[in-house]
Design a binder for this molecule. Structure first.
Ligand code: GLC
Length: 603
């Protein structure tokens, strides 16, 4: 070969390599979808529209028998011992059953990785969205979600039901902490960053997972903050407050969107064709697929077959079904009902084809046909030191300084005697909140790895400093300063709906006990939302909102002891009283907030 042809060969090489790894272009993908769709039977098409929960699947062979297109692990639907390796084996086995089907269409498995891969023991648990909102840092959100994507892929899973892009308007809502904040602009910016972090530049990359913006639309705008309740407002309010984050997510390329349980002016969202099809798919041009929430279609009508008809015709493409044979409204019922509805022309074939086309397009974009299994080298990185370092940075940047008299913060690292008060100071489960290992979360050592705030304090002080832990505040004698940690016990969804948002009297009493020592009192609040603080704020020299920071408590100590100057700003208003729980946007008569959204003492 002469030198000229060698040079030409070298020129082609990178291009060839690029072609092999380059994502399929849209036209090529659409051609592949059309070719595959044309081969599919009605059973195979309907199978793609079915998502079955792990605990509902009675027989793995049903994946092949019913051509199931998707599975999920709901909040507590975890494999037996809940270790990363076990997840990987389980998900790969489900995939192997899908690949036994005639057309070998790969399964897509979803999980609520809403603050890290939070179902899995040993995974890094990040601050919940309210804390990430306080960072006001889209680049950091993107970085955190990329780490989450790697840990999710490390368990064989390639779909995260995240980000929640609710613009929560009322702190009485139990899911307030799943929202980045009460500002449409902040939620739009951080929601799009989250999509980019999860999906990466190319959805076919081994470290990318499909994002799922949720819950469309108005989940955070219900009257009184009632979970799955009713938004009472005009279309202009929906468009002004809640639609922009979806526009931003669609522009960021989000491949799936989950529909919300709530109603709008009395009409259930899962049956709202105007918003799902005309607005989201039409006006916003969303080309991905719509997935229902957990058994949400069952709430639409008196009978399940009508639920199926109304939800699919409204624009739902995939239905999340938590019930198996022997339970009502199970996945076999769904398949039989939908087949009958097509035969009776109550659901047009064109609607089935549109749903399946959307699902297949995303699966092709994910590269799942070429690579239905994830890269096993990612499994060992779950919970790694570098992943934890990213979460620690998120914690640092999420803390909001609300008060700091006489520069009580930062604390000196060489105090003679520091007392730490409050059981929450040494409780990883309280630090992580809901959606951690179990759906509702739990107190105590909820997951291996991680650092409680007490441990972080002990890691940081000088060798000569004595740290006394007094959970009930009874032993503050001789302290040079007291750190008090108070807050909410873990909860999720409707279990967190509350009418009274006052900090419990027992917590306020802890602050008073600390104050009796007559030395600086620094209070840390671990909560999924602002709370009515009463004397707790007045009796503290410094007060820090730490939200639900997750496993990396060292980030709290970084701020406490001055290794990181707090930069967090309130992601939402801080209510003064229960009458002020709702923002002025949804309740103009609400009382003025104690601190406005965006507030921070030092910036
Ligand atoms: C839950 C939540 C939703 C979650 C789904 C699957 O009810 O509303 O956010 O993704 O079910 O766990």
């Amino acid at each position: 070969m002469n030198s000229k042809s060698k040079l030409l060969g070298l020129l082609w090489l990178p291009l060839l390599a690029g072609c092999i790894s380059a994502p399929h272009d849209a036209a090529d993908t659409d051609r592949r979808v059309a070719t595959l769709l044309a081969q599919m039977t009605l059973d195979e098409k309907i199978g793609q529209m079915v998502q079955v929960d792990l605990l509902a699947l009675k027989d793995k062979a049903d994946i092949q028998k019913y051509f199931l297109g998707s599975m999920l692990s709901g909040g507590s639907s975890d494999p037996a011992d809940n270790r990363p390796q076990t997840w990987l084996q389980a998900v790969n086995e489900y995939q192997s059953w899908a690949l036994k089907t005639r057309l070998k269409i790969p399964l897509i498995y979803g999980v609520d990785a809403v603050h890290g891969h939070n179902n899995v023991l040993g995974a890094v648990v990040f601050p919940h969205h309210i804390g990430m909102g306080a960072t006001h840092n889209p680049a950091l959100v993107e970085q955190a979600e990329h780490v989450t994507a790697m840990e999710v892929a490390g368990t064989g899973i390639r779909w995260a039901f995240a980000p929640c892009i609710a613009v929560a308007q009322d702190e009485r809502w139990g899911r307030t902490y799943e929202s980045f904040g009460d500002s449409t602009e902040l939620v739009s910016e951080l929601g799009a960053a989250s999509v980019r972090g999860l999906q990466g530049k190319n959805l076919a990359d081994s470290t990318s997972v499909l994002a799922c913006a949720k819950h469309f639309i108005g989940d955070g705008g219900t009257q009184g903050g009632v979970d799955q309740g009713n938004d009472v407002c005009d279309a202009a309010t929906i468009r002004k407050l809640y639609l922009p984050p979806y526009k931003a997510a669609v522009e960021a390329g989000v491949g799936s969107i989950m529909v919300s349980y709530n109603s709008w002016n009395g009409k259930k969202m899962h049956g709202n064709k105007y918003l799902l099809t005309e607005v989201l798919k039409g006006e916003l041009g969303f080309k991905g697929f719509l997935v229902s929430d957990w058994a949400a279609i069952d709430q639409l009508a008196p009978d399940y077959k009508t639920d199926v008809e109304n939800s699919i015709n409204a624009g739902l493409d995939m239905i999340m079904i938590p019930n198996g044979p022997g339970q009502p409204n199970n996945y076999v019922d769904f398949i039989q009902d939908l087949k009958q509805l097509v035969a009776q022309k109550r659901v047009p074939m064109a609607r089935i084809d549109d749903a399946v086309r959307r699902i297949l397009r995303v699966k092709f974009q994910m590269g799942s046909f070429e690579q239905p299994y994830t890269d096993p080298s990612l499994t060992a990185q779950i919970g790694s030191a570098e992943h934890r370092a990213v979460a620690r940075d998120c914690v640092r940047q999420s803390l909001v300084l609300l008060k700091n008299n006489n520069l009580a913060v930062p604390l000196a690292k060489n105090l003679k005697h520091l007392v730490v008060v409050g059981a929450a100071a040494d409780d990883l489960g309280i630090q992580c909140g809901g959606w951690t290992i179990g759906w509702q979360g739990e107190t105590g050592k909820v997951t291996p790895g991680g650092t409680t705030i007490l441990t972080a304090i002990k890691n940081t002080v000088a060798p000569g400093t004595t740290v006394t832990f007094s959970p009930d505040g009874s032993d503050v004698k001789g302290a040079d300063a007291v750190v008090v940690v108070v807050g909410e016990l873990p909860y999720a969804e409707m279990k967190g709906d509350r009418q009274d948002l006052s900090l419990p009297a027992t917590d306020i009493a802890l602050v008073e006990k600390a104050k009796s020592a007559g030395v600086p009192v620094i209070t840390l609040l671990l909560s999924g939302r602002p709370l009515i603080l009463g004397n707790a704020l007045d009796s503290s020299d410094a007060f820090i909102a730490a939200w639900l920071p997750g496993t990396e408590g060292q980030g709290v100590a970084d701020v406490l002891f001055g290794d990181y100057k707090p930069t967090g700003k309130l992601p939402r208003q801080w209510l003064r009283d229960n009458a002020g729980a709702a923002t002025q946007a949804v309740q103009p008569s609400a009382s003025a907030p104690l601190f406005p959204s965006g507030y921070s003492l030092n910036n």
